[in-house]
Ligand binder design. Sequence first.
Ligand code: FEO
Length: 404
Amino acid sequence: MSDAFQAVQVTDRVYWVGARDWEIREFHGYATGRGTTYNAFLVLADKVTLVDTVKKPFRREMMARIASVVDPKRIDYIISNHSEMDHSGSLVETIEAVRPEKVFASANGVKALEAHFHLGGGIEAVTNGSTLSLGNRHVTFVETKMLHWPDSMVSYLAEEKILFSQDAFGQHLASDRLWADEIPQHILYEEAAKYYANILLPFSPLVAKTVPALKAMNLALDVLAPDHGPLYRRDLLWIVDLYEKWAARKPTRKAVVVYDTMWESDTAMAKAVAEGLAAGGAEPVRVLPMRSANRSDVAAEILEAGALVVGSPTINNQIFPTLADVLCYLEGLKPKNLVGAAFGSYGWSGEAVAKLEEWLRRMGVRLVAEAVKVRYVPDSEALAQCRALGEKVGGEVRKACGDE
Ligand code: FEO
């Protein structure tokens, strides 16, 4: 009787042997509302080769998929494109089970795998641009350092015209569909953007160099195969061009309001700010209350935004903890070309607004409107000031986009 888990043919000699994680909702701080996949690929060349493995709990699923097309002990080579444990977590057990002739990684990958698993050697380093013969197939390695780890590389299997791009061009999306063209476009866009914002945004200057360099190689390409989410077989440039667009971090008129509240004063202020933003010319305007939004949703919204307005009550002389969380996260993602402002309610000391402004300045956000501070509960006049703050920021983001 065959196993429940079967390999899925990708090209003539390449099979998907990864795993679907329908369950995961938190991926080191990233809210994965649609789950994810850990893609691994089996190349049935003269030298049978496994490209990447899966997160540790999913090893059985991967091995069963491999066994559906070939005896796993026939695997000659394993290629590790990226050492993070969602791809290498089952590497050691897989090596023990199949006893491959060789395991390959980039030079930094060899060091990273050693630092993770303390193997005492045994992984062979490949150099940037080198080609490995699998007999009747050939794989070329291209380092993509810091996209998004120092070890990262992609592998190109020329005869099958497939690029194994590891995390690059991926998304956290579990689906019964293998191919991107079988998934609604708005879901693809949303998840690809969220993935870029949360994983690749801080490395945008490198993406801006690496993606054009990959394009300039003029690789004959039928399939783009990332390590997460669907694979691309049609309109491959769709995702590649999006990466170039996102890497440029060109501001748009989109504005994001992020706030939290104790007794709804900041909710009322946020709503007034949002009305003003729209009236001033920002579009679209997204309002994210941190009692319900996840930091990774905020990052996704910031990706194409030109304005960020933040609000917090003062609590124990500080900003609200959820604001500290999201600002710490956003600061690390290094968004660029934002204008912004701050607002907040307070009871007696009122430090939050100054602390928010300090944080925005540190992030390089250009403050373009005087902050609004309200004691206890905003009256009509205070809400009008919030609306005026929004209008000012809306006007500035319109100007920043060259729309007078
Ligand atoms: Fe999907 Fe950076 O690991």
